[in-house]
Design a protein around this ligand. Sequence first.
Ligand code: ASP
Ligand code: MG
Length: 410
Amino acid sequence: MARIVMKFGGTSVADLDRIRNVAQRVKREVDAGNQVAVVVSAMSGVTNQLVKYCTDLSPLHDAREYDAVVATGEQVTSGLLAIELQRLGTDARSWQGWQIPIQTDDAFGKARIDGIDGSALLASLNAGQVAVVAGFQGVAPGNRVATLGRGGSDTSAVALAAALKAERCDIYTDVDGVYTTDPRIVPKARKLAKISYEEMLELASVGAKVLQTRSVELAMNERVRVQVLSSFQDIPGGDIPGTMVVDEDEIVEKQNVSGVAYSRDDAKMTVRHIKDRPGIAATIFGALAAANVNVDMIVQNLGADGTTDMTFTVGKADLPRAHEALGAIQSDIGYTDLLEDPDVAKISVVGVGMRSHAGIANTMFRALADKGINIQVISTSEIKVSVLIAAEYTELAVRALHTAYGLDAA
Ligand code: ASP
Ligand code: MG
């Protein structure tokens, strides 16, 4: 007997037929003798609609009321799944965040989980009942409902698995695992049997949108074994194994590069001819931080005539705010031009093997050069190399890199 957390995303509970399918999967685990806590998302499209209601009424709506609205999607699915489980003869009960409780901070709309009291849930599991938990939500100080940011049900599931000391946390979705790259771009992409937390974290943060980044962080810190698998595929008597996200030590064959990811969510900005003196970077990035704009890649060129250029990337959606923030400090730092280019893509290669192997980055540069693709900005971490290129070359670059690192399936 094992205690497991099963999480079902929006497409997996998209309609009543999908909810029936989910109930069968849960029942199968229960019948096998396992204790099961289920975490559900809202039916697909529902959260978007709820968000739209809020913004249509008022773009500057109160975040507490936004949370009161958007948390309802998960409440519906938790109740529906409990009803269907009961209909199948499997004892089940729905739980909202406040009923457990899942305690959060007061950053409404993107709250963080402060703690989970698992005792009531454990009592119910020990009594043989399936707990169907509404994902994405918790309760903030002052007893107000708070949500965890888009995609937050993944984080609910991992946090619950940690609090319940579950053997593993199965995240069911519409893909059957984590691939070496996007199979829609590279048909020869391979499903990975295992990937380390750190690699998954880098991939999640550079555009491979399988898991919410924060959920991977949490899994890494709490050492929760996470499996990504499909709720749309079956083999008789069980699930097709997906990808296990685990500690690096569990991975015997370490690849130099495990995956190639891309993101078109960034825009490039260049501040031209700024003075080459102390305090300029602090002024630029201070102004952006004050405007709540996240900056990712940064390069500063060598100054020649006492001035220099600074190039960096920001989220595309933040471009207008970044423009405004930098406009306001033009007289302070005295730049001549502000260039903006939203037509860029960030391509990243990720692998723990980079720690111990030289030449990984150069393979990337060579492969891109061979395709005539110009690199605009480069950044690296211990296990990742990212380059910024013109967006039109995204597919070409991803394919070339997938081949260059020997990742293509035979
Ligand atoms: N329903 C929420 C969203 O769409 C949370 C989730 O599905 O993870 O963002
Ligand atoms: Mg999701």
